[in-house]
Design a protein around this ligand. Structure first.
Ligand code: GLN
Length: 545
Protein backbone atom coordinates (compact mmCIF):
# COMPACT_ATOMS: atom_id res chain seq x y z
CA UNK A 1 0.00 0.00 0.00
CA UNK A 2 2.34 2.70 1.28
CA UNK A 3 5.37 2.84 -0.87
CA UNK A 4 8.58 2.70 1.11
CA UNK A 5 10.63 5.83 0.76
CA UNK A 6 14.20 6.23 1.76
CA UNK A 7 13.72 9.34 3.81
CA UNK A 8 16.22 11.88 2.82
CA UNK A 9 13.31 14.26 3.06
CA UNK A 10 12.06 16.19 6.04
CA UNK A 11 8.46 16.91 6.98
CA UNK A 12 7.08 19.69 9.12
CA UNK A 13 3.47 19.27 10.24
CA UNK A 14 1.66 22.39 11.35
CA UNK A 15 -1.42 22.02 13.51
CA UNK A 16 -3.56 24.66 15.11
CA UNK A 17 -5.20 24.94 18.50
CA UNK A 18 -7.50 27.12 20.62
CA UNK A 19 -9.30 28.85 17.77
CA UNK A 20 -9.22 29.41 14.04
CA UNK A 21 -7.98 32.47 12.12
CA UNK A 22 -4.63 32.56 13.93
CA UNK A 23 -2.76 32.78 10.65
CA UNK A 24 -1.64 29.19 10.27
CA UNK A 25 -1.42 29.61 6.49
CA UNK A 26 0.79 32.66 6.75
CA UNK A 27 2.92 31.00 9.42
CA UNK A 28 3.38 27.91 7.21
CA UNK A 29 4.22 30.09 4.20
CA UNK A 30 6.68 32.10 6.31
CA UNK A 31 8.43 28.96 7.50
CA UNK A 32 8.78 27.89 3.86
CA UNK A 33 10.19 31.31 3.07
CA UNK A 34 12.79 31.08 5.85
CA UNK A 35 13.87 27.61 4.80
CA UNK A 36 14.13 28.64 1.16
CA UNK A 37 16.23 31.60 2.19
CA UNK A 38 18.63 29.04 3.70
CA UNK A 39 18.93 27.43 0.27
CA UNK A 40 16.53 24.53 0.80
CA UNK A 41 13.91 23.34 -1.65
CA UNK A 42 10.50 23.33 -0.02
CA UNK A 43 7.06 21.94 -0.87
CA UNK A 44 3.91 23.07 0.89
CA UNK A 45 0.68 21.20 1.35
CA UNK A 46 -2.69 22.00 2.87
CA UNK A 47 -4.98 19.31 4.27
CA UNK A 48 -8.57 20.45 4.59
CA UNK A 49 -10.94 18.50 6.83
CA UNK A 50 -14.24 19.34 5.08
CA UNK A 51 -16.09 16.90 2.82
CA UNK A 52 -16.33 18.97 -0.35
CA UNK A 53 -13.97 17.49 -2.91
CA UNK A 54 -12.59 20.99 -3.39
CA UNK A 55 -13.68 24.51 -2.39
CA UNK A 56 -14.83 25.25 -5.96
CA UNK A 57 -18.48 24.61 -5.20
CA UNK A 58 -18.54 26.66 -2.01
CA UNK A 59 -19.86 30.16 -1.68
CA UNK A 60 -17.01 32.64 -1.04
CA UNK A 61 -18.84 33.65 2.14
CA UNK A 62 -18.21 30.14 3.45
CA UNK A 63 -14.68 29.75 2.43
CA UNK A 64 -13.11 32.88 1.01
CA UNK A 65 -11.24 32.84 -2.26
CA UNK A 66 -10.73 29.75 -4.37
CA UNK A 67 -7.10 29.73 -5.44
CA UNK A 68 -6.37 28.10 -8.82
CA UNK A 69 -3.11 26.38 -9.74
CA UNK A 70 -1.52 26.05 -13.18
CA UNK A 71 -2.71 22.46 -13.48
CA UNK A 72 -6.29 23.56 -12.85
CA UNK A 73 -6.85 22.57 -9.22
CA UNK A 74 -9.37 24.69 -7.31
CA UNK A 75 -7.75 24.95 -3.93
CA UNK A 76 -7.73 26.55 -0.52
CA UNK A 77 -6.77 30.21 -0.32
CA UNK A 78 -3.77 29.35 1.85
CA UNK A 79 -2.08 28.17 -1.35
CA UNK A 80 -2.16 31.82 -2.37
CA UNK A 81 -0.09 32.67 0.71
CA UNK A 82 2.27 29.83 -0.17
CA UNK A 83 2.70 31.27 -3.67
CA UNK A 84 3.30 34.81 -2.45
CA UNK A 85 5.84 33.90 0.22
CA UNK A 86 7.65 31.00 -1.39
CA UNK A 87 8.69 29.34 -4.62
CA UNK A 88 7.18 26.04 -3.62
CA UNK A 89 5.65 24.07 -6.51
CA UNK A 90 1.86 24.31 -6.35
CA UNK A 91 -0.32 21.75 -8.05
CA UNK A 92 -3.13 19.28 -7.48
CA UNK A 93 -0.76 17.49 -5.10
CA UNK A 94 -0.59 20.54 -2.83
CA UNK A 95 -4.11 20.46 -1.42
CA UNK A 96 -6.23 17.53 -0.25
CA UNK A 97 -9.64 17.59 1.39
CA UNK A 98 -11.31 14.82 3.38
CA UNK A 99 -13.84 14.70 0.54
CA UNK A 100 -11.08 13.97 -1.99
CA UNK A 101 -9.55 11.28 0.19
CA UNK A 102 -12.86 9.51 0.83
CA UNK A 103 -13.86 9.85 -2.84
CA UNK A 104 -10.68 8.13 -3.90
CA UNK A 105 -10.97 5.32 -1.36
CA UNK A 106 -14.63 4.73 -2.21
CA UNK A 107 -13.83 4.72 -5.93
CA UNK A 108 -11.26 2.00 -5.30
CA UNK A 109 -13.73 0.09 -3.16
CA UNK A 110 -16.29 0.12 -5.98
CA UNK A 111 -13.64 -1.04 -8.43
CA UNK A 112 -13.01 -4.00 -6.18
CA UNK A 113 -9.49 -3.05 -5.10
CA UNK A 114 -10.19 -4.02 -1.51
CA UNK A 115 -12.23 -7.11 -2.39
CA UNK A 116 -12.88 -9.27 0.65
CA UNK A 117 -11.83 -6.61 3.14
CA UNK A 118 -13.72 -4.22 5.38
CA UNK A 119 -12.85 -0.69 4.28
CA UNK A 120 -12.06 1.47 7.29
CA UNK A 121 -10.78 4.87 8.30
CA UNK A 122 -7.69 3.13 9.63
CA UNK A 123 -5.87 1.92 7.60
CA UNK A 124 -7.53 2.82 4.27
CA UNK A 125 -8.24 6.51 4.74
CA UNK A 126 -5.04 7.14 6.69
CA UNK A 127 -3.00 5.24 4.07
CA UNK A 128 -4.43 7.44 1.35
CA UNK A 129 -3.51 10.54 3.35
CA UNK A 130 0.02 9.26 3.85
CA UNK A 131 0.31 8.39 0.16
CA UNK A 132 -0.55 12.00 -0.66
CA UNK A 133 2.04 13.38 1.76
CA UNK A 134 4.69 11.43 -0.10
CA UNK A 135 3.27 12.40 -3.47
CA UNK A 136 3.47 16.07 -2.52
CA UNK A 137 7.07 15.69 -1.39
CA UNK A 138 7.96 14.14 -4.76
CA UNK A 139 6.03 16.40 -7.13
CA UNK A 140 9.30 17.85 -8.39
CA UNK A 141 12.84 16.60 -7.92
CA UNK A 142 15.01 17.59 -5.03
CA UNK A 143 12.50 18.72 -2.41
CA UNK A 144 14.26 18.81 0.97
CA UNK A 145 11.41 19.80 3.26
CA UNK A 146 7.66 19.35 2.91
CA UNK A 147 5.54 21.57 5.12
CA UNK A 148 2.06 20.21 5.73
CA UNK A 149 -0.59 22.49 7.19
CA UNK A 150 -3.58 20.77 8.74
CA UNK A 151 -6.70 22.88 8.47
CA UNK A 152 -9.09 23.33 11.37
CA UNK A 153 -8.41 23.22 15.09
CA UNK A 154 -7.29 20.17 17.07
CA UNK A 155 -10.29 18.57 18.68
CA UNK A 156 -12.48 18.96 15.59
CA UNK A 157 -14.04 15.62 14.72
CA UNK A 158 -13.27 16.02 11.03
CA UNK A 159 -9.52 16.41 11.38
CA UNK A 160 -9.14 13.14 13.33
CA UNK A 161 -8.02 10.98 10.35
CA UNK A 162 -5.43 13.59 9.32
CA UNK A 163 -3.94 13.66 12.81
CA UNK A 164 -3.87 9.88 12.95
CA UNK A 165 -2.14 9.70 9.55
CA UNK A 166 0.47 12.15 10.78
CA UNK A 167 0.96 10.23 13.99
CA UNK A 168 1.66 7.09 11.96
CA UNK A 169 3.93 8.96 9.60
CA UNK A 170 5.91 10.38 12.49
CA UNK A 171 6.10 6.97 14.09
CA UNK A 172 7.65 5.60 10.95
CA UNK A 173 9.99 8.48 10.16
CA UNK A 174 10.54 9.89 13.63
CA UNK A 175 13.81 11.67 13.06
CA UNK A 176 12.69 13.33 9.84
CA UNK A 177 9.44 14.84 11.09
CA UNK A 178 8.54 17.61 13.47
CA UNK A 179 5.24 19.06 14.59
CA UNK A 180 4.73 22.74 15.15
CA UNK A 181 1.57 23.61 17.01
CA UNK A 182 0.15 27.12 16.62
CA UNK A 183 -1.88 28.39 19.55
CA UNK A 184 -3.22 31.58 20.97
CA UNK A 185 -1.94 33.26 24.12
CA UNK A 186 -4.48 35.96 24.96
CA UNK A 187 -3.85 39.06 27.00
CA UNK A 188 -6.65 39.40 29.54
CA UNK A 189 -7.29 43.05 30.03
CA UNK A 190 -8.87 42.99 33.50
CA UNK A 191 -6.28 40.59 34.89
CA UNK A 192 -3.49 42.58 33.29
CA UNK A 193 -1.68 39.45 32.14
CA UNK A 194 -1.40 36.88 29.38
CA UNK A 195 -2.88 33.44 29.89
CA UNK A 196 -1.20 30.21 28.85
CA UNK A 197 -4.02 27.86 29.87
CA UNK A 198 -5.72 27.69 26.43
CA UNK A 199 -2.34 26.69 24.98
CA UNK A 200 -1.86 24.00 27.61
CA UNK A 201 -5.32 22.59 26.93
CA UNK A 202 -4.90 22.55 23.19
CA UNK A 203 -1.56 20.76 23.52
CA UNK A 204 -3.24 18.19 25.77
CA UNK A 205 -5.86 17.71 23.08
CA UNK A 206 -3.16 17.21 20.48
CA UNK A 207 -1.36 14.74 22.74
CA UNK A 208 -4.56 12.70 22.99
CA UNK A 209 -4.14 12.07 19.27
CA UNK A 210 -0.69 10.72 20.00
CA UNK A 211 1.11 13.75 18.61
CA UNK A 212 3.66 15.47 20.83
CA UNK A 213 4.60 18.87 19.48
CA UNK A 214 8.25 19.78 19.06
CA UNK A 215 7.56 23.49 18.95
CA UNK A 216 4.77 25.77 20.06
CA UNK A 217 4.12 28.89 18.07
CA UNK A 218 2.29 31.30 20.32
CA UNK A 219 0.21 33.92 18.58
CA UNK A 220 0.10 36.91 20.92
CA UNK A 221 -0.16 40.66 20.95
CA UNK A 222 3.20 41.44 22.53
CA UNK A 223 6.36 39.34 22.95
CA UNK A 224 6.04 36.72 25.70
CA UNK A 225 8.27 37.09 28.74
CA UNK A 226 10.60 34.32 29.89
CA UNK A 227 8.27 33.32 32.70
CA UNK A 228 5.36 32.57 30.39
CA UNK A 229 7.61 30.85 27.89
CA UNK A 230 9.00 28.63 30.66
CA UNK A 231 5.50 27.81 31.81
CA UNK A 232 4.45 26.77 28.32
CA UNK A 233 7.67 24.83 27.93
CA UNK A 234 7.14 22.96 31.20
CA UNK A 235 3.44 22.18 30.85
CA UNK A 236 3.51 21.41 27.15
CA UNK A 237 6.61 19.28 27.35
CA UNK A 238 8.56 21.31 24.79
CA UNK A 239 12.12 22.61 25.24
CA UNK A 240 12.29 26.33 26.02
CA UNK A 241 13.90 27.20 22.65
CA UNK A 242 10.90 25.53 21.02
CA UNK A 243 8.45 28.07 22.45
CA UNK A 244 8.29 30.84 19.89
CA UNK A 245 6.12 33.91 20.05
CA UNK A 246 4.41 35.15 16.94
CA UNK A 247 3.37 38.70 17.66
CA UNK A 248 0.87 40.64 15.57
CA UNK A 249 2.62 42.24 12.59
CA UNK A 250 2.45 46.04 12.76
CA UNK A 251 2.23 46.98 9.11
CA UNK A 252 1.90 43.96 6.90
CA UNK A 253 1.64 40.18 6.84
CA UNK A 254 4.93 40.20 4.93
CA UNK A 255 6.66 41.06 8.19
CA UNK A 256 5.83 37.62 9.63
CA UNK A 257 8.95 35.80 8.35
CA UNK A 258 11.11 38.54 9.89
CA UNK A 259 9.26 38.32 13.20
CA UNK A 260 9.63 34.56 13.23
CA UNK A 261 13.31 34.70 12.44
CA UNK A 262 13.83 37.24 15.19
CA UNK A 263 11.90 35.07 17.64
CA UNK A 264 14.28 32.17 16.94
CA UNK A 265 12.07 29.94 14.84
CA UNK A 266 14.60 29.35 12.08
CA UNK A 267 17.31 28.33 14.54
CA UNK A 268 14.95 26.03 16.44
CA UNK A 269 13.78 24.23 13.26
CA UNK A 270 17.35 23.86 12.04
CA UNK A 271 18.35 22.24 15.34
CA UNK A 272 15.39 19.88 15.39
CA UNK A 273 15.73 18.72 11.79
CA UNK A 274 19.52 18.75 11.69
CA UNK A 275 19.66 21.47 9.01
CA UNK A 276 22.68 23.72 8.65
CA UNK A 277 22.41 26.64 11.02
CA UNK A 278 23.55 29.49 8.78
CA UNK A 279 21.14 32.31 9.25
CA UNK A 280 19.07 33.14 6.17
CA UNK A 281 19.75 36.53 4.63
CA UNK A 282 16.47 38.39 4.33
CA UNK A 283 17.87 41.67 3.01
CA UNK A 284 15.81 41.96 -0.19
CA UNK A 285 12.62 41.08 1.64
CA UNK A 286 13.38 43.66 4.33
CA UNK A 287 13.88 46.29 1.64
CA UNK A 288 10.51 45.43 0.13
CA UNK A 289 8.86 45.92 3.53
CA UNK A 290 10.59 49.24 3.97
CA UNK A 291 9.20 50.31 0.57
CA UNK A 292 5.77 49.25 1.75
CA UNK A 293 6.01 51.09 5.06
CA UNK A 294 7.62 54.27 3.80
CA UNK A 295 5.66 54.60 0.56
CA UNK A 296 5.82 58.12 -0.82
CA UNK A 297 2.21 58.21 -1.83
CA UNK A 298 -1.12 56.58 -1.09
CA UNK A 299 -3.52 55.71 -3.86
CA UNK A 300 -7.09 54.55 -3.29
CA UNK A 301 -8.54 51.81 -5.46
CA UNK A 302 -12.21 50.88 -5.43
CA UNK A 303 -12.96 47.19 -5.61
CA UNK A 304 -16.55 46.75 -6.73
CA UNK A 305 -17.66 43.22 -5.92
CA UNK A 306 -20.22 41.31 -3.99
CA UNK A 307 -18.46 39.09 -1.49
CA UNK A 308 -16.66 41.91 0.23
CA UNK A 309 -17.96 41.27 3.74
CA UNK A 310 -15.77 38.20 3.77
CA UNK A 311 -12.31 39.69 4.11
CA UNK A 312 -10.69 36.76 2.31
CA UNK A 313 -13.05 36.46 -0.65
CA UNK A 314 -10.73 38.47 -2.90
CA UNK A 315 -7.52 37.78 -1.00
CA UNK A 316 -5.23 37.45 -4.01
CA UNK A 317 -6.72 40.53 -5.68
CA UNK A 318 -6.10 42.61 -2.56
CA UNK A 319 -2.55 41.33 -2.23
CA UNK A 320 -1.79 41.84 -5.92
CA UNK A 321 -3.00 45.45 -5.61
CA UNK A 322 -0.57 45.96 -2.73
CA UNK A 323 2.20 44.44 -4.86
CA UNK A 324 1.32 46.88 -7.64
CA UNK A 325 1.77 49.57 -5.01
CA UNK A 326 5.19 48.26 -3.98
CA UNK A 327 6.28 48.32 -7.63
CA UNK A 328 5.36 52.01 -7.74
CA UNK A 329 6.60 52.89 -4.23
CA UNK A 330 3.02 53.63 -3.26
CA UNK A 331 0.66 52.40 -0.60
CA UNK A 332 -2.60 51.07 -1.95
CA UNK A 333 -5.70 51.81 0.08
CA UNK A 334 -8.58 49.54 -0.89
CA UNK A 335 -12.14 50.86 -0.81
CA UNK A 336 -14.62 47.97 -0.85
CA UNK A 337 -17.86 48.83 -2.60
CA UNK A 338 -20.69 46.29 -2.44
CA UNK A 339 -22.07 46.24 -5.96
CA UNK A 340 -25.62 45.33 -4.97
CA UNK A 341 -25.78 48.32 -2.64
CA UNK A 342 -25.06 50.83 -5.42
CA UNK A 343 -28.34 52.64 -5.93
CA UNK A 344 -27.62 54.83 -8.95
CA UNK A 345 -24.88 56.82 -10.62
CA UNK A 346 -24.95 59.58 -8.00
CA UNK A 347 -24.65 57.10 -5.19
CA UNK A 348 -21.75 55.44 -6.98
CA UNK A 349 -20.06 58.79 -7.52
CA UNK A 350 -20.25 59.48 -3.82
CA UNK A 351 -18.91 56.06 -2.95
CA UNK A 352 -16.02 56.57 -5.37
CA UNK A 353 -14.95 59.93 -3.91
CA UNK A 354 -11.17 60.02 -3.74
CA UNK A 355 -10.66 56.77 -5.66
CA UNK A 356 -8.16 56.77 -8.50
CA UNK A 357 -8.90 53.39 -10.00
CA UNK A 358 -11.75 50.89 -10.20
CA UNK A 359 -11.29 47.15 -10.15
CA UNK A 360 -14.15 44.75 -10.78
CA UNK A 361 -13.05 41.25 -9.77
CA UNK A 362 -14.40 37.79 -10.61
CA UNK A 363 -17.83 36.64 -9.62
CA UNK A 364 -20.76 34.41 -10.41
CA UNK A 365 -24.51 34.80 -10.88
CA UNK A 366 -26.71 37.81 -11.42
CA UNK A 367 -26.71 39.56 -8.04
CA UNK A 368 -24.85 42.85 -8.11
CA UNK A 369 -24.54 43.05 -11.91
CA UNK A 370 -26.18 46.44 -12.34
CA UNK A 371 -23.86 48.08 -9.81
CA UNK A 372 -20.83 46.69 -11.62
CA UNK A 373 -22.18 47.86 -14.97
CA UNK A 374 -22.55 51.35 -13.49
CA UNK A 375 -18.97 51.19 -12.23
CA UNK A 376 -17.65 50.21 -15.67
CA UNK A 377 -19.72 52.98 -17.31
CA UNK A 378 -18.47 55.57 -14.86
CA UNK A 379 -14.85 54.50 -15.34
CA UNK A 380 -15.25 54.61 -19.13
CA UNK A 381 -16.92 58.00 -19.22
CA UNK A 382 -14.70 59.64 -16.60
CA UNK A 383 -11.43 58.16 -17.87
CA UNK A 384 -10.73 56.54 -14.49
CA UNK A 385 -8.33 53.58 -14.76
CA UNK A 386 -10.41 50.39 -14.83
CA UNK A 387 -9.24 46.84 -14.36
CA UNK A 388 -11.75 44.05 -15.01
CA UNK A 389 -10.87 40.56 -13.95
CA UNK A 390 -12.81 37.61 -15.38
CA UNK A 391 -16.40 38.69 -14.64
CA UNK A 392 -15.00 42.24 -14.53
CA UNK A 393 -13.96 41.86 -18.16
CA UNK A 394 -17.35 40.46 -19.12
CA UNK A 395 -19.05 43.40 -17.38
CA UNK A 396 -16.81 45.81 -19.31
CA UNK A 397 -17.91 44.22 -22.62
CA UNK A 398 -21.63 44.19 -21.77
CA UNK A 399 -21.51 47.81 -20.60
CA UNK A 400 -19.80 48.80 -23.84
CA UNK A 401 -22.36 46.92 -25.93
CA UNK A 402 -25.26 48.52 -24.08
CA UNK A 403 -24.06 52.09 -23.96
CA UNK A 404 -21.71 52.50 -26.91
CA UNK A 405 -23.08 50.00 -29.43
CA UNK A 406 -26.63 50.86 -28.32
CA UNK A 407 -27.69 47.33 -27.65
CA UNK A 408 -29.67 48.06 -24.47
CA UNK A 409 -30.51 44.44 -23.72
CA UNK A 410 -27.02 43.07 -24.20
CA UNK A 411 -26.12 40.65 -21.43
CA UNK A 412 -24.29 37.52 -20.45
CA UNK A 413 -26.26 34.31 -20.85
CA UNK A 414 -25.08 33.41 -17.36
CA UNK A 415 -27.67 35.94 -16.15
CA UNK A 416 -30.15 36.26 -19.01
CA UNK A 417 -30.63 33.24 -21.25
CA UNK A 418 -33.10 35.11 -23.43
CA UNK A 419 -30.94 38.16 -24.17
CA UNK A 420 -31.12 39.22 -27.85
CA UNK A 421 -27.44 40.24 -27.64
CA UNK A 422 -25.45 37.57 -25.91
CA UNK A 423 -22.18 39.47 -25.87
CA UNK A 424 -20.98 37.02 -23.23
CA UNK A 425 -22.00 33.43 -23.84
CA UNK A 426 -21.26 29.93 -22.65
CA UNK A 427 -17.95 28.45 -23.76
CA UNK A 428 -18.74 25.82 -26.41
CA UNK A 429 -16.89 23.17 -24.38
CA UNK A 430 -19.34 23.83 -21.52
CA UNK A 431 -22.55 23.19 -23.45
CA UNK A 432 -22.89 19.58 -22.37
CA UNK A 433 -21.41 20.00 -18.90
CA UNK A 434 -23.79 18.77 -16.20
CA UNK A 435 -21.65 18.38 -13.06
CA UNK A 436 -20.79 21.70 -11.46
CA UNK A 437 -17.72 20.59 -9.48
CA UNK A 438 -14.30 21.05 -11.10
CA UNK A 439 -15.85 21.48 -14.55
CA UNK A 440 -15.06 25.10 -15.45
CA UNK A 441 -12.26 26.10 -17.80
CA UNK A 442 -9.54 25.83 -15.19
CA UNK A 443 -5.83 26.45 -14.93
CA UNK A 444 -3.13 27.83 -17.18
CA UNK A 445 -3.68 28.53 -20.89
CA UNK A 446 -1.46 30.43 -23.30
CA UNK A 447 -2.38 33.87 -24.54
CA UNK A 448 -0.82 35.84 -27.42
CA UNK A 449 -0.67 39.61 -27.09
CA UNK A 450 -1.06 42.29 -29.76
CA UNK A 451 2.14 44.30 -29.84
CA UNK A 452 0.31 47.58 -29.96
CA UNK A 453 -1.47 47.25 -26.64
CA UNK A 454 -1.38 48.20 -22.98
CA UNK A 455 -1.07 44.51 -22.13
CA UNK A 456 2.10 44.21 -24.20
CA UNK A 457 3.52 47.36 -22.66
CA UNK A 458 2.98 45.75 -19.26
CA UNK A 459 4.18 42.21 -19.94
CA UNK A 460 6.89 43.22 -22.44
CA UNK A 461 6.48 39.85 -24.18
CA UNK A 462 4.10 38.45 -26.77
CA UNK A 463 3.37 35.02 -25.33
CA UNK A 464 2.07 34.73 -21.79
CA UNK A 465 0.37 32.09 -19.68
CA UNK A 466 -2.30 32.85 -17.10
CA UNK A 467 -4.75 30.90 -14.97
CA UNK A 468 -8.47 30.65 -15.58
CA UNK A 469 -11.69 29.81 -13.82
CA UNK A 470 -14.77 30.51 -15.91
CA UNK A 471 -17.59 29.08 -18.02
CA UNK A 472 -18.48 32.08 -20.18
CA UNK A 473 -16.53 33.97 -22.81
CA UNK A 474 -16.73 36.99 -25.10
CA UNK A 475 -18.89 36.16 -28.12
CA UNK A 476 -16.78 36.78 -31.24
CA UNK A 477 -19.89 37.65 -33.26
CA UNK A 478 -19.61 41.07 -31.60
CA UNK A 479 -15.89 41.45 -32.19
CA UNK A 480 -16.09 43.58 -35.33
CA UNK A 481 -18.67 45.98 -33.91
CA UNK A 482 -16.79 46.34 -30.63
CA UNK A 483 -13.47 46.94 -32.35
CA UNK A 484 -14.99 49.50 -34.69
CA UNK A 485 -15.95 51.61 -31.69
CA UNK A 486 -12.74 51.13 -29.75
CA UNK A 487 -13.11 47.98 -27.65
CA UNK A 488 -10.31 45.85 -28.94
CA UNK A 489 -9.22 42.28 -28.33
CA UNK A 490 -5.52 42.60 -27.51
CA UNK A 491 -4.89 39.13 -26.17
CA UNK A 492 -6.30 35.79 -27.27
CA UNK A 493 -5.84 32.06 -27.11
CA UNK A 494 -5.12 31.59 -30.79
CA UNK A 495 -5.90 27.87 -30.95
CA UNK A 496 -9.54 28.42 -30.02
CA UNK A 497 -9.83 32.06 -31.05
CA UNK A 498 -10.85 32.83 -27.48
CA UNK A 499 -10.74 36.40 -26.28
CA UNK A 500 -8.45 36.76 -23.28
CA UNK A 501 -7.86 40.51 -23.04
CA UNK A 502 -10.02 43.48 -23.98
CA UNK A 503 -8.87 47.09 -24.04
CA UNK A 504 -10.78 50.28 -24.65
CA UNK A 505 -8.43 52.18 -26.93
CA UNK A 506 -10.26 55.46 -26.37
CA UNK A 507 -9.49 55.31 -22.67
CA UNK A 508 -6.18 55.82 -20.83
CA UNK A 509 -6.29 52.43 -19.06
CA UNK A 510 -9.38 50.29 -19.37
CA UNK A 511 -8.29 46.68 -19.46
CA UNK A 512 -10.32 43.52 -18.95
CA UNK A 513 -8.84 40.05 -18.71
CA UNK A 514 -10.66 36.74 -18.85
CA UNK A 515 -8.02 35.13 -16.64
CA UNK A 516 -6.95 35.71 -13.03
CA UNK A 517 -3.63 37.56 -12.95
CA UNK A 518 -3.94 38.00 -9.18
CA UNK A 519 -2.95 34.36 -8.64
CA UNK A 520 0.51 35.04 -10.03
CA UNK A 521 1.61 38.14 -8.18
CA UNK A 522 4.26 38.19 -5.48
CA UNK A 523 5.52 41.06 -3.35
CA UNK A 524 8.96 40.69 -4.90
CA UNK A 525 7.53 40.06 -8.38
CA UNK A 526 4.41 42.22 -8.72
CA UNK A 527 2.17 41.19 -11.58
CA UNK A 528 2.81 43.42 -14.64
CA UNK A 529 -0.88 44.28 -15.10
CA UNK A 530 -1.30 45.29 -11.46
CA UNK A 531 1.88 47.29 -11.68
CA UNK A 532 0.60 49.07 -14.79
CA UNK A 533 -2.85 49.65 -13.31
CA UNK A 534 -1.47 51.24 -10.13
CA UNK A 535 0.95 53.36 -12.14
CA UNK A 536 -1.99 54.78 -14.12
CA UNK A 537 -4.06 55.24 -10.96
CA UNK A 538 -1.21 57.29 -9.45
CA UNK A 539 -1.06 59.39 -12.60
CA UNK A 540 -4.80 59.92 -12.38
CA UNK A 541 -4.54 60.90 -8.70
CA UNK A 542 -1.73 63.35 -9.41
CA UNK A 543 -3.61 64.94 -12.29
CA UNK A 544 -6.65 65.40 -10.11
CA UNK A 545 -4.68 66.87 -7.20
N1 GLN B 1 -19.15 33.85 -13.94
C1 GLN B 1 -18.25 34.11 -14.99
C2 GLN B 1 -17.94 32.85 -15.79
O1 GLN B 1 -18.13 31.76 -15.32
C3 GLN B 1 -16.97 34.71 -14.48
C4 GLN B 1 -16.19 33.79 -13.62
C5 GLN B 1 -15.17 34.48 -12.76
O2 GLN B 1 -15.21 35.68 -12.59
N2 GLN B 1 -14.26 33.71 -12.18
O3 GLN B 1 -17.47 32.95 -16.89
Amino acid sequence: MIEYIAMNKKFIFITGGVLSSLGKGIASASIAFLLEAKGLKVALMKLDPYLNVDPGTMNPFQHGEVYVTDDGAETDLDLGHYYRFSNSPLSKASNATSGQIYYEVLRRERRGDYLGKTVQVIPHITDEIRRRLIECSKQVDGIDVTIVEIGGTVGDIESGPFLEAIRQFRHEYAKDCINIHLTYVPYIEHAGEVKTKPTQHSVQKLQQSGIFPDMILCRCKDPLDEENKSKISLFCNVPLHGVIDLIDAKHSIYEVPLLLQKAGLETAISKLLGLHENRADLGVWEEMIQTLIHAKQTVTIAVVGKYLQHQDAYKSVFEALKHGGIANSAKVEIRCIESDKIEDENDLKEKLQGCSGILVPGGFGGRGWSGKILAAKFAREQNIPYFGICLGMQIMCVEFARNVLHLPNAHSTEVDLETPDNVISLLSEQVHTTDLGGSMRLGAYPCSLEKNSIAYQCYKQEEISERHRHRYEFNNQYKERCEKFGLKITGSWKEKNLCEIMENINHPWMVGVQFHPEFKSKPLAPHPLFKGFIEKAIEYANRRA
